[in-house]
Ligand binder design. Structure first.
Ligand code: OGA
Ligand code: MN
Length: 309
């Protein structure tokens, strides 16, 4: 089989054919997919009936899997899936939809805000790979926005204004915007804000993109209100329909995206019915976004405590 990629959106997104993700990939297939990611930033694979093990094996062609700890409030003993798998379903360990008033469910609803995976980690995500095992009957589309196209479309003055800005990202900012303001001390320590540049340069293509995410809640050196207005403006600009692809899931689709140049969100769905989506995450590189040096040191716990205002 030869791997072929067809662009399915005017700006980005490729649909891949001729590859079977249940099998080990050849070096040429891996190279074709990586080149496709650099170019299209989102790749769609249909009819991939994979197991969790096969999904992890496929993902590891592109780098190390991210350590999922610190990315949610679900206790290890309550996890439905094995280590290495991110559970982005609406299901509890018993396989049933989480109760409406559950804290885990509220936390998971944060995926409905535009974000880039793990932008709240010192080493944020490179690729995410999401496999649809059970598709919800109503809604639940996943949308992707191209942060390269969004950057390119900014005027020169805005590009200059934001070039050197550094944002602070934390799960407490994204969840705080949904009214989740109560965290244990352990959670506060785990969700301590990290600093990321607002403008990123892709390590392979050299293209610049806006590194936006619902987790970004402050900009170093700017008053909070001013920072949030700027971020809101940029988010509005970056998620205009021209830059957005809407994925309507079929069972056994696998969609893979480059978090360094994309934002995504899931839309509302019928939460009384299952939606079983399983993600693997390939870790990125620290040097790409994190700025070292004395004035870039991580925040004090004090500052972190007042974070989700
Ligand atoms: C994710 C995510 C979207 C979805 O997997 O990172 O945000 O469609 N999920 O569930
Ligand atoms: Mn996500």
């Amino acid at each position: 089989m030869t791997t072929a990629i067809r662009q399915i959106h005017p700006v980005f997104v490729g649909e891949v054919s001729g590859v079977d993700l249940t099998l080990p990939l050849s070096r040429d297939e891996v190279a074709a997919i990586e080149a496709g990611m650099d170019r299209y930033a989102v790749l769609v694979f249909h009819d991939q009936k994979i197991t969790d093990e096969q999904q992890m094996a496929f993902s590891q062609n592109f780098g190390k899997l991210e350590d999922a700890r610190g990315g949610n409030i679900t206790k290890p003993e309550d996890k439905r899936l094995q280590v290495g798998m991110n559970d982005v379903s609406n299901l509890g360990k018993d396989g049933r939809p989480l109760p409406r008033d559950s804290r885990e469910r509220a936390f998971n609803l944060g995926n409905m805000l535009w974000h880039s995976d793990s932008s709240f980690r010192p080493i944020p995500a490179k690729y995410s790979l999401l496999s649809a095992r059970v598709v919800n009957p109503v809604g639940g589309n996943t949308e992707f926005a191209d942060m390269r196209a969004a950057y390119d479309a900014l005027d020169a003055a805005t590009k200059a204004e934001i070039e050197a800005l550094v944002c602070e990202h934390s799960l407490m900012y994204s969840r705080g915007s949904l009214g989740m303001l109560d965290y244990s001390d352990e959670e506060r320590a785990m969700f301590k804000p990290v600093r990321q540049r607002l403008v990123r340069t892709h390590p392979v293509t050299g293209r610049k993109s806006l590194y936006l995410s619902s987790h970004a809640g402050a900009i170093v050196g700017l008053p909070t209100a001013e920072a949030r207005i700027l971020l809101r403006d940029l988010n509005e600009h970056a998620t205009r329909p021209a830059f957005v692809y809407v994925h309507r899931w079929r069972p056994w689709d696998l969609v893979m995206w480059d978090n360094r140049q994309m934002m995504h969100r899931v839309r509302r769905y019928d939460d009384t019915q299952p939606r079983d989506m399983r993600r693997t995450t390939v870790a990125g590189a620290v040097a790409a976004t994190y700025l070292g040096g004395p004035d870039m040191a991580p925040q004090t716990p004090q500052a972190a405590r007042s974070a989700p205002a």
